[in-house]
Design a protein around this ligand. Structure first.
Ligand SMILES: Nc1ncnc2c1ncn2[C@@H]1O[C@H](COP(=O)(O)OP(=O)(O)OP(=O)(O)O)[C@@H](O)[C@H]1O
Ligand SMILES: [Mg+2]
Length: 367
């Protein structure tokens, strides 16, 4: 099936993998609509990033194409604020939250000593997000979130402490089916919330997490297609951080294939064409993981070891994200990561060990 990829970045990996491409931002609704019309596409899919989920739904509606989400549902799915309101109305467990206006210097959530998370309601990839532990850091955090935000608002949330899982699921005809539940290994502040690994199977309370993810999808009215739900398992149970109505951006579909033998990309494509897809029977492996790679700061001169590690047992894929010449800064957000390794093993620990062994042989040569 021929594919047409849209990206504003000439260096984007997907442009080279697609049959044809257009140098159009996936956030540019007019541009995407023009390409879709000219190419007479049969469906649109926005994997991995949030805003294009809304663009794809709107363009599909304009062109009369089948699509898993109508524009109103997509609108809710790409706004953390709309999600907070929908979850509240439906009783979905979530962090306590409030909205902060530009210039706000305190918060009712921040009782002495209790940390809060401040974030723009309509961004992703940890852009503009901060963990605030002391009152004097609150105003600058709000300012940072407001300036990163499309809407000029900042969302303030209680910090839910505890392990974090991601529920990757697929809905068909309103039936929510959980596929992989993975542990999200996160970096320490200042890289607050940045995923360093997704590990399957999870060691946490998987059933509680799945119930919360299902409730979240229902509250947003998502009946078709993939969902990716971030959940922290706090002392009082699961709390939904947010849901994305798409494939996860951390190679989650490839991880699902490695873990369960289920091609989640194919399911997402079927949904994009308006076909009713049935989730096949799982053929579970012992363990699988995606481990992200971080380069030392500096200008990238080259990479070593990516080819060689593919020969190691259980290593299914290993790819650098950036071409030579890229300037790596310190790790602050997901976009600062340098590559990934996908590995499978007899158990979760075995998969992790294999990914680790591969990561140790990979070098980012920077100046
Ligand atoms: N209220 C919270 N309590 C605890 N941890 C949080 C909270 N909000 C965010 N986090 C942490 O930060 C990560 C990113 O949060 P969030 O999804 O809100 O931001 P994002 O910019 O959309 O990031 P991503 O693109 O990774 O989804 C979460 O996965 C979690 O680890
Ligand atoms: Mg998120």
């Amino acid at each position: 099936m021929p594919t047409v990829a849209c990206d504003h970045d000439e260096g984007a990996l997907g442009l080279r993998l697609a049959d044809r491409h257009a140098l159009v931002s996936a956030e540019d609704e007019e541009g995407v609509a023009e390409v879709a019309e000219r190419e007479e596409v049969g469906g649109l899919v926005a994997p991995g990033i949030d805003r294009p989920v809304l663009v794809a739904a709107r363009v599909a509606a304009r062109l009369g194409l089948p699509h898993p989400l109508d524009p109103e549902t997509a609108e809710r799915a790409v706004s953390k604020l709309a999600q907070r309101r929908a979850f509240e109305a439906a009783g979905v467990p979530q962090p306590r939250w409030e909205l902060a206006a530009p210039g706000a210097s305190n918060t009712v959530l921040q009782a002495p000593g209790s940390p809060v998370v401040v974030k723009p309601p309509d961004r992703q990839g940890q852009v503009g997000i901060s963990l605030v532990r002391s009152p004097e850091d609150f105003a600058p955090a709000v300012e940072q979130a407001v300036s990163a935000s499309r809407s000029g608002e900042a969302l303030v949330e209680e910090l839910v402490e505890g392990p974090e899982v991601t529920v990757n699921a697929f809905s068909s005809g309103g039936e929510f089916r959980a596929l992989t539940v993975t542990d999200r290994v996160v970096a320490e502040p200042p890289a607050f919330g940045v995923a360093l690994a997704h590990v399957w199977p999870s060691e946490e309370a998987v059933e509680d997490a799945v119930a919360a993810a299902r409730a979240a999808a229902e509250a947003l009215g998502i009946r078709e297609g993939p969902t990716y739900t971030q959940i922290r398992l706090g002392p009082d149970g699961p709390r939904v951080i947010e849901l994305a109505a798409r494939l996860g951006g951390g190679h989650d579909a490839e991880l699902c294939d490695a873990a369960l033998g289920i091609d989640l990309n194919a399911l997402a494509l079927a949904a994009a064409f308006g076909r009713r897809a049935t989730v096949p029977e799982a053929r579970p492996a012992g363990g699988a993981c995606v481990r992200f790679l971080v380069a030392p700061p500096g200008r990238l001169e080259g990479v070593e070891g990516f080819g060689e590690v593919l020969e190691l047992p259980g290593v299914l894929d290993a790819v650098p994200y950036r071409p030579p010449g890229h300037e790596f800064g310190p790790l602050r957000a997901g976009n600062d990561r340098a590559g990934f390794v996908l590995a499978r093993g007899d158990s979760r620990a075995d998969a992790l060990e294999r990914a680790e062994a591969a990561a140790e042989r990979i070098r980012f040569v920077v100046r």
